[in-house]
Design a protein around this ligand. Structure first.
Ligand SMILES: *Cc1c(COP(=O)(O)O)cnc(C)c1O
Length: 408
């Protein structure tokens, strides 16, 4: 699916990178991990130059895939782009299980069935551009699958470490798409420590969330896309299932860039960082008024994608949530599973558990008066529900002894 957006004459306006904590400047077009103080690096662009070079109307006239945002993405060489068809994802109303003003941004339509494709297509493309030959990554499942797919396509070797109770389908899809995958008797941050050790020994490049600068640039396209889809405005509330928080941080960055371009105004949605009550370090820090989050011990939840006990970008998540007037919200597994069941049964949309968590959190926010029923809310369903186990509610039938068909 090569659209016009992959034309070689499209230029990036990237200028440099910057430490998200200290503002220290780093050169673009070099391989970077974390900043000198161990914090994420953010990519910066010449937005004044871009404003002169490209109008909102010109952008609107392009095909709607992820690569329409080329000027606001870090890639220089078009030939380095490894695409599997990163389409714009739809906004789907769920009037019965959510309400009249609720839209689900269904990220399950992306390659490898999750929004991890947005981040990894960018990070792998940049790794290829910067000459990386071997990558390692800790994952709860979907990130590993997206890495495996894009890296195999780019001819880059990958080693992936996941907790040993990672959903079976994720472990298998990672291997099927060409990565070496190890099940580890530990959580994602403990898998991350193994990756860090190998990286320190020079064995591979560390692709952990926010430990390289480009996944966030891929994930920010959710925010860019949302603004364009809504006719260059934003909803009143966004509910984002938060593990490492890459997408929430990325969207917050996207909104600032769009405002600097003059493409949207200063209004922002309330950002709700949604976590599971069995692993809610960001919620605990939010409620305590802390700037950083302490590691969550004995993390447990059905929503594997948000089982992240410790996030390096914790302060960036908390800042965005607070600046927006939103909140960090925890929901229990029963409420998550109920939300998944309701949405599938009543609105015909099968959410992943993490998506179910956003619907459960929306319901809590409404009940608590943090938002109103008239507020337009966007929930992020970050993976296809088909990747997750479903309760068996089928019945059996003997074709030789059919019961009363009218009663079926
Ligand atoms: C990774 C993942 C998340 C969390 O995303 P972050 O940006 O890392 O917070 C949520 N849902 C699903 C399905 C995921 O795979």
């Amino acid at each position: 699916m090569l659209t016009d957006n992959l034309r070689a004459d499209r230029q990036t306006f990237v200028t440099h990178l910057e430490c998200s904590l200290t503002g220290e400047r780093y050169e673009a077009d070099r391989l970077h991990g974390l900043s000198a103080v161990g914090r994420p690096l953010l990519v910066r662009y010449d937005l004044t130059g871009m404003r002169r070079a490209l109008s909102r109307d010109e952008l609107s006239a392009r095909a709607t895939d992820l690569w329409r945002w080329r000027e606001l993405l870090p890639v220089r060489g078009t030939a380095n782009i490894v695409s599997l068809g990163e389409i714009e994802t739809p906004l789907i109303p769920i009037p019965k299980s959510g309400g009249g003003k609720v839209l689900v941004k269904d990220e399950g339509r992306l390659p490898t069935g999750s929004f991890k494709a947005r981040g990894l297509v960018m990070a792998v493309t940049m790794a290829r551009e910067l000459g990386v030959t071997k990558i390692a990554m800790p994952t709860n499942g979907n990130a590993g699958a997206a890495l495996a797919a894009y890296a195999s396509r780019a001819g880059i070797e990958t080693v992936v470490f996941c907790p040993d109770d990672t959903p079976e389908i994720n472990v298998r899809e990672i291997a099927a798409q060409g990565a070496r995958v190890y099940r580890v008797n530990g959580l994602i941050d403990e898998c991350g420590a193994i990756v860090g050790q190998g990286a320190a020994e020079g064995l591979w490049f560390d692709f952990s969330t926010l430990k390289e600068p480009y996944r966030i640039e891929g994930k920010k396209t959710m925010g860019l896309e949302l603004a364009a889809q809504l006719g260059w405005r934003l909803p009143q509330a966004i509910f984002y299932p938060t593990g490492g928080g890459t997408g929430l941080i990325g969207m917050w960055k996207a909104f600032a860039e769009l405002e600097a371009l003059g493409w949207i105004g200063p209004e922002r949605p309330k950002m709700f960082a949604v976590q599971a009550s069995g692993c809610a370090p960001i919620v605990r820090a939010f409620e305590a008024g802390e700037e950083h989050a302490v590691r969550w011990e004995d993390a447990q939840t059905v929503a594997a994608g948000i089982r992240v006990p410790k996030a390096v970008g914790d302060f960036l998540i908390l800042r965005a949530v607070r600046e927006s007037g939103g909140r960090a919200v925890a929901v229990g597994d029963p409420a998550i599973l109920q939300a998944v069941a309701d949405c599938a049964e009543k609105d015909g949309l099968l959410l992943c558990p993490e998506g179910g968590a956003t619907l459960a959190a929306y319901r809590s926010a409404l009940a608590a008066g943090w938002i109103e029923e008239e507020d337009e809310a966007v929930l992020f369903n970050c993976a296809t529900g088909l990747k997750y186990p479903m309760p068996d509610r089928s019945r059996t039938l003997d074709r030789n002894a059919l019961p009363d068909l009218a009663a079926m």
